[in-house]
Design a protein around this ligand. Structure first.
Ligand code: NAD
Length: 259
């Protein structure tokens, strides 16, 4: 470890599982204090306890602005500041054809995956602007860029996250705050396991299924995405803002392999 985040304070939403968990672990290992934000109390508390010093779990439903405001305030009260806000919590939401969309499912997907990111950006900016420093990261998806690879509403809001992030990056650079988006490819996590293995706890099944279609020899792991998040969060990316970083084995940027 390079201790690239020593003295920094990071909040990670969706931090109890998958990409968020791996990122909380990596940020902590790199010297940051981490605030794990999630609706999974047991897993979030267990992770914070395992990490020990410099780690805290705050139950946060990102679709509720008051929860996100309290998350940010707790990070500042407990650790003195907020340097990195990772808006990563997400749900797959409704699957199926557009004409079968249940609007309650669509509303929930929008609330968690987009409203949650807006809340995170708003409250992170509130405490970062006076310090003229900070990094805001958000998780999009290849489904936000390419058609036909994700559920409709999920794809729509993941595209919106990119637009939001680029727009906010243009506003906040004058305040010394960098704003970037990460696009993970198909990652071995409970979310993916729920789709490809029909069981969110079957990570081995997900790994096997994703291994069969892996573009670069092995499935992408949450830690691979965490490494991208670390780069963007660190001073190595001091002048990197308004970018979309795919950690997706070239799914969105490179041409598709021949059939
Ligand atoms: P995951 O299911 O392992 O983790 C998501 C976490 O978000 C869970 O801990 C869950 O409890 C939490 N969460 C859900 N609703 C929440 C809410 N309202 N408030 C707070 N937390 C909430 O999934 P993951 O694969 O780690 O996904 C993380 C992010 O990466 C998501 O935004 C997802 O859309 C995105 N993503 C994942 C993949 C993939 O292949 N796994 C690919 C592209 C993008």
């Amino acid at each position: 470890m390079t201790q690239r985040l020593t003295g920094r304070v990071a909040a990670v939403t969706g931090g109890a599982s998958g990409i968020g968990e791996a990122t909380a672990r990596r940020f902590h290992a790199e010297g940051a204090s981490v605030v794990i934000a999630d609706i999974q109390d047991d897993a979030g508390r267990a992770l914070a306890a395992e990490l020990g010093e410099r780690a805290l779990f705050v139950r946060t439903d990102v679709s509720r602005e008051e929860d996100v405001a309290a998350l940010v305030d707790t990070a500042v009260d407990r650790f003195g500041q907020l340097d990195v806000m990772f808006n990563n919590a997400g749900i797959m939401g409704a699957l199926g054809p557009i004409d079968a969309t249940r609007m309650s499912d669509a509303d929930l997907t929008i609330a968690v995956n987009l409203r949650g990111v807006i809340c995170g950006m708003k409250h992170a900016a509130r405490v970062m602007k006076p310090r003229r420093s900070g990094v805001i990261l958000s998780t999009s998806s290849p489904a936000g860029v390419l058609g036909g690879i994700g559920p409709h509403i999920y794809s729509a809001v993941k595209a919106a996250v990119i637009g939001l992030s680029n727009s906010v990056a243009a506003e906040l650079r004058q305040h010394g705050i960098r704003v970037n988006t990460i696009i993970p490819g198909a990652v071995v996590s409970p979310m993916t396991a729920g789709v490809v293995a029909d069981d969110a706890t079957d990570l081995a099944g997900a790994e096997e299924a994703l291994g069969r279609t892996a573009l670069m020899g092995r499935p992408i792991q949450p830690a691979d995405v965490a490494a991208g998040a670390l780069y963007l969060a660190s001073d190595d990316a001091a002048f990197v803002t308004g970018v979309v970083l795919p950690v997706d084995a070239g799914l969105t940027g490179a041409s598709r392999p021949s059939p």
